[in-house]
Design a protein around this ligand. Structure first.
Ligand code: HEC
Length: 198
């Protein structure tokens, strides 16, 4: 494609992203179809639990597989974990492998809302915050890519300047491997136009 062609297409994408962000300001839950990330899943697991059990989790460092084993072995202490699907379990364990031990201070009251605020961004948060500036989120969440493909996109000249660190790009890629590839029929009508047409 010519340089001019790319510029024009980018300008069109930018314009539609602006119009779109004005629309969504009034309908925040239009994104409900995008699966929960590790921040919300972990907040749900920790909410209202015993302080010592919480401390044992937030002070530990494990790999994703180790966290899966830990959560399965401790699901009596964290009953919310029993309701997770396999995909949610992996999303949660992956998030824990990137973000624990927790560097921030644990909230004084262990409510779900307090944990949601205290925990670092998850893949869903990063996609919503960093992946809508130039195109609709649909371009991202409908794609089916292996991790190398997601990292490839995030290292293209068009994406390299996005303010995400390398570990954040990796965590986002892992979230998208597990949770993207959303069928277009599951995407709200408002988010389909001009979505994944290229
Ligand atoms: C600074 C503008 C900008 C931002 C921010 C942005 N994109 Fe893009 N994106 C583009 C442009 C331009 C294209 C089409 C040209 C290209 O692919 O390089 C594109 C295309 C894509 C595509 C389809 C092409 C492919 O490689 O599969 C995906 C997937 C994608 N972006 C993912 C993301 C993700 C994930 C984020 C957030 C981390 C993001 N984008 C944020 C500019 C942006």
């Amino acid at each position: 494609m010519s340089f001019l062609g790319t510029r024009v297409r980018t300008a069109v994408m930018l314009a539609s992203a602006f119009v779109f962000s004005a629309l969504i300001a009034h309908a925040a839950d239009v994104f409900d179809f995008i699966p929960l990330g590790g921040r919300s899943l972990l907040a749900g697991a920790l909410a209202g639990r015993n302080a010592a059990d919480i401390q044992a989790v937030v002070a530990a460092r494990h790999t994703r597989d180790e966290w899966v084993a830990y959560l399965k072995g401790h699901n009596a202490q964290f009953p919310a974990v029993q309701k997770l699907s396999d995909k949610q379990m992996l999303t949660l364990a992956d998030y824990m492998s990137f973000n624990l031990p927790l560097s921030a201070k644990a909230p004084s009251a262990p409510t779900q809302a307090a944990w949601e605020k205290a925990l670092p961004l998850d893949g869903r948060d990063m996609a919503l915050e960093y992946c809508q500036g130039c195109h609709i989120i649909t371009v991202v969440v409908t794609q089916d890519k292996p991790k190398s493909g997601w990292l490839g996109t995030m290292h293209k000249p068009s994406h390299i300047q996005i303010k995400l660190t390398e570990p954040q790009r990796e965590a986002l890629a892992n979230y998208l491997v597990l949770n993207a590839a959303i069928p277009i029929d599951d995407v709200p009508e408002d988010l389909r136009a001009g979505g994944a047409t290229y």
